[in-house]
Design a protein around this ligand. Structure first.
Ligand code: FAD
Ligand code: DHB
Length: 391
């Protein structure tokens, strides 16, 4: 089989890229290693930046998002039993974010793709990307027990951190930058109305907590826990008691409790692989970079990469100008490193490291106090959280 753009991975990056290319009349094939149910149920991110929402609308995947997505104009920071709201539109010239789960984004994109193409093969596991440095890369993959080859003009690795596309960038060319963190998140879904209208990011002496949501009837909550934590050690009652303690604030506020329907521990790391292109092979999304989740950037960075790539391929096709395609890695990496810094900042400002000194805690509180009292500091957070425009 031959196609113009061979896409490995049917997560948000691969699926959105396929839609954007299809709209520009560029043919492509998506190879996804897992089955549809698995891909649609994977619980992950929940916050979409303005430019991600704009791209989903442009890809024809905005209808349910516009009906069911919850537009948010700010977040609340809690620290020292106090509460501080960061208002996005007034600090960013009108930008906001949407709560719409990654599971729903993926479902919408898959439904569109299966309705009017281009081809999306489930259970098609890429084994290797070959001939990356030539004019005709080839993706070797296994589908229905048979090994096959997809040749393409361009191959795009949207296959996440554990995918095979990263290996197409030769060891002598690639540079990896990495940081791990001495804590994880215990994430839960609960059948209870959110106890807040906007997300709450809480710094507390007991560690970080985040109150998010999936719908007016479903809450999504996270607790900082030690690395290696077994979710079985966290019965529901313990989770609610700990959330109560970490969200404690002066004044009237109660955390509503309800049945917990899912529980998982998420380790966190920062990772960037450079360059994001080798020959005719491009990397996008988690295949090229990982951020810790406190900045809500992972899914949005994945979307930004493929928006840049789809535009560059369309430009080459319509005007023969390869400039934007040649600049792909540099263009993406500028946004990636800004998001890496912001995610690191949110993580280290809000979490309590094991053995953290009282001095370090006072520095964190001084930083949070600065955001609460300075329009400049609050605007810095708001601009990063809502994401820079893509131009
Ligand atoms: P992925 O979503 O990982 O998609 C990659 C796809 O490629 C998958 O469907 C996979 O099955 C497929 N694939 C892999 N290998 C192959 C192969 N060899 N052949 C074919 N297909 C293959 N971000 C946030 O902002 N907030 C969060 O709360 C949050 N929680 C997360 C929780 C977890 C457990 C993880 C792993 C990530 C989380 N993220 C979060 C990050 C966010 O979900 C990712 O940044 C986002 O999914 C990136 O999209 P992607 O398409 O690049 O990669
Ligand atoms: C969610 C996840 C995040 O990492 C975040 O910063 C905000 C919200 C969520 O899953 O809803």
């Amino acid at each position: 089989m031959h196609t113009t753009v061979g896409i490995i991975g049917g997560g948000p990056a691969g699926l959105l890229l396929a839609r954007l290319l299809h709209r520009s009349g560029i043919d492509c094939v998506v190879l996804e290693g897992r089955d549809r149910t698995y891909v649609e149920r994977r619980q992950r991110a929940g916050i979409l930046e303005q430019s991600t929402v704009d791209a989903l609308r442009a890809a024809g995947a905005g209808a349910r998002l516009d009906r069911e997505g919850l537009a948010h104009d700010g977040i609340e920071l809690r620290f020292d039993r106090r509460s501080c709201r960061v208002d996005f539109p007034s600090l960013t010239g009108g930008r906001r974010v949407w709560v719409y789960a990654q599971t729903e984004v993926v479902k919408d994109l898959i439904a569109l793709q299966l309705k009017d193409g281009p081809p999306l093969l489930f259970g098609a596991e890429a084994l290797a990307v070959e001939d990356a440095g030539t004019g005709r890369p080839a993706v070797r993959y296994r589908h229905r027990g048979r090994e096959q080859t997809l040749t393409c003009d361009y191959a795009v690795g949207c296959d996440g951190f554990h995918g095979v596309a990263r290996a197409a960038v030769p060891a002598g060319v690639r540079r990896a930058y990495e940081r791990t963190y001495p804590y994880s998140w215990l994430g839960v879904l609960a059948d209870v109305a959110p106890s807040c209208d906007e997300l709450i990011y809480a710094h507390s002496p007991r560690g970080f907590a985040l109150h998010s949501m999936r719908s007016p009837a479903v809450s999504r909550l996270y607790l900082q826990v030690p690395n290696g934590t077994d979710p079985a050690d966290w019965p529901d009652e313990r989770i609610w008691d700990e959330l109560d303690a970490r969200f404690a604030v002066d004044g009237d506020w109660t955390l509503g409790r309800g049945p917990i329907t899912a529980k998982a521990v998420l380790p966190m790391r920062s990772h960037v692989l450079e360059p994001m292109r080798y020959g005719r092979v491009f990397l996008a999304g988690d295949a090229a970079h990982i951020v810790p989740p406190a900045g809500a950037k992972g899914l949005n960075l994945a979307a930004a990469d493929v928006i840049v790539l789809a535009r560059a391929l369309a430009r080459l096709r319509t005007s023969g100008d390869a400039g934007p395609l040649d600049a792909y890695s540099d263009t993406c990496l500028r946004r990636v490193w800004r998001a890496e810094h912001f995610s690191y900042f949110m993580t280290t400002t809000l979490h309590t490291a094991p053995g953290q000194s009282p001095f370090d805690t006072r520095l964190q509180l001084a930083q949070l106090e600065r955001i609460a009292s300075s329009r400049h500091a609050a605007a810095e957070l708001a601009e990063n959280y809502t994401g820079p425009p893509l131009g």
